[in-house]
Design a protein around this ligand. Structure first.
Ligand SMILES: Nc1ncnc2c1ncn2[C@@H]1O[C@H](COP(=O)(O)OP(=O)(O)OP(=O)(O)O)[C@@H](O)[C@H]1O
Length: 317
């Protein structure tokens, strides 16, 4: 559904060249829900703008929904839905009129557009608000109206740029559920950008992590966490000597073992089964642990292991 090779975009700003996207390869299959995750300024929006044909690549190729973004931009636009950050919906229009106009723009008949608008308003829980103007909606409702707009012409591929920016945690969670449900009901391919870790983790089957214009990792959230971060067991031993003996005993069964004072930290695969196994091995060797803690990694741990900084720090910078 999306294929890019060496896709790059430079910007010229005050005689300096900003390499916003540095030659990325992306492959998204039909039906996938993929999140493009990275800190502020990583190149997410620039990539999305190239894929949705609003910005020309400096180098490389991109095929979206079967069409080349440079050779056939009109075909690309007809095949996709794009929901940007704060879409251009007019605040004074009634929601239903906005949707119907949008459908007409894409060549739908008035009747088909009205039927589709009613269907989407129902699907997105906005049916009772069809005649309200956009300006009277809450932030979360407005986001859902934006999504309805992007879906009017039944695109096979939907791009969502930072769908939950500006929403409170509750509305963010609601929107995430909505996106998952829509994908299931409409069978679309969805490509969304986000800098919310929880959102990528909860929503996406596959995450592409972008940093400084480069894709630095790709995989399902579970795969990325298992291969790049690993589960962590922290054991509190009686003293430093016991900790060193425990570390020597457990070294073979952990990916990484470190000792700090009376504490042993193990990085393991599948921590939930490794923890009881570890405690049994320690008991059998007469080296009982006083405390044991298991920590399952987040995507932030993945980002940390890849870049040496957390996504939150990178955002703050
Ligand atoms: N028109 C432009 N002129 C110069 N530099 C630009 C321009 N547009 C983007 N950039 C730079 O390109 C880099 C990538 O920006 P981009 O907006 O793609 O990041 P992003 O990952 O979408 O960030 P955010 O999460 O903040 O939206 C940044 O360093 C940005 O300052």
């Amino acid at each position: 559904m999306i294929h890019t090779r060496g896709l790059a975009r430079d910007f010229r700003a005050k005689k300096e060249v900003v390499k916003a996207v540095k030659g990325i390869d992306i492959d998204v299959s039909p039906g996938e829900l993929v999140a493009f995750l990275g800190p502020n300024g990583a190149g997410k929006s620039t990539t999305l703008r190239m894929l949705t044909t609003s910005l020309r690549p400096t180098r490389g190729t991109a095929t979206v929904a079967g069409h080349d973004v440079l050779a056939a931009p009109v075909e690309v636009r007809r095949a996709i839905g794009y929901i940007g950050q704060g879409n251009g919906v007019s605040h004074n229009h009634r929601i239903v009129d906005e949707l119907v106009d949008h459908g007409r723009f894409y060549g739908m008949t008035g009747r088909d557009a009205r039927r589709r608008a009613a269907e989407l308003l129902e699907l997105l829980g906005l049916a009772g608000m069809a005649k309200r103007s956009i300006g009277t909606l809450s932030g979360g409702q407005r986001r859902r109206a934006d999504i309805a707009l992007g879906l009017m012409h039944r695109p096979a591929l939907l791009f969502l740029d930072e769908p939950s920016t500006g929403l409170d945690p509750q509305n963010r969670a609601n929107l995430a559920e909505e996106i998952v449900r829509l994908r299931a009901e409409l069978g679309m391919t969805i490509f969304l950008t986000t800098h919310y870790l929880e959102e990528a983790d909860q929503l996406a089957e596959r995450v592409l992590i972008i940093d400084d214009g480069e894709v630095i990792a790709a995989g399902s959230p579970a795969e990325l966490k298992a291969t790049l971060a690993g589960d962590r067991i922290t054991l509190g031993m009686a003293d430093e000597v016991a900790a060193k003996s425990a570390a020597a005993l457990l070294e073979g069964s952990a990916r990484e073992t470190t000792v700090s004072g009376a504490t042993v930290i193990l990085t393991v695969e599948n921590g939930e089964s490794a923890l009881p196994r570890t405690l049994r091995a320690l008991d059998a060797a007469d080296l009982p642990a006083d405390t044991a803690k298991l920590r399952i990694p987040t995507l932030d741990d993945v980002f940390l292991s890849l870049t040496g900084r957390t996504l939150r720090d990178a955002d703050a910078a």
